[in-house]
Design a protein around this ligand. Structure first.
Ligand code: ZN
Length: 132
């Protein structure tokens, strides 16, 4: 298991990308995830990545997050070997999942979110990498 990425909600992908590029990081790709109503850009950083999230719909999860709290840290994503097992283990112990079933996220990988009330205030994304 490892930290797959850290999700950061941004108002403007172009402005946020310019910042991380100024730091010397290189964007590894950009894609629109219509199911999550976001456009994302990934910046590999060591063994992990930063995921910049720009809303494509004010009613979507990032649009409403930015309206409520402003841009900033949004979620932490852990890669797990088998997402359905991880979800079942959490559910069996009474933790609250936001997604009852894994969804297809950026890169075609399976993802599911765990509610911050079960994690001490951190929105946690689980992912099962499709290449693994
Ligand atoms: Zn993510």
């Amino acid at each position: 298991m490892k930290v797959d990425h850290i999700g950061i909600a941004v108002r403007s992908l172009a402005e946020a990308k310019a910042f991380y590029e100024a730091l010397g990081l290189a964007c590894a790709g950009e894609e629109e995830v219509s199911g999550q109503k976001v456009r994302v850009a990934f910046f590999p950083a060591g063994d992990s990545r930063l995921e910049l999230l720009e809303s494509t719909d004010p009613e979507g999860p990032i649009g409403t997050f930015i309206a409520r709290k402003g841009p900033g840290l949004h979620h932490l994503c852990l890669a797990v070997p088998r997402i359905r097992e991880a979800m079942a283990a959490l559910k069996a112990r009474g933790y609250t999942l936001i997604d009852e079933e894994p969804k297809v996220g950026a890169g075609g990988h399976l993802v599911a979110f765990v509610h911050p009330k079960s994690t001490g205030g951190v929105l946690l994304e689980l992912t099962e990498r499709k290449t693994e």
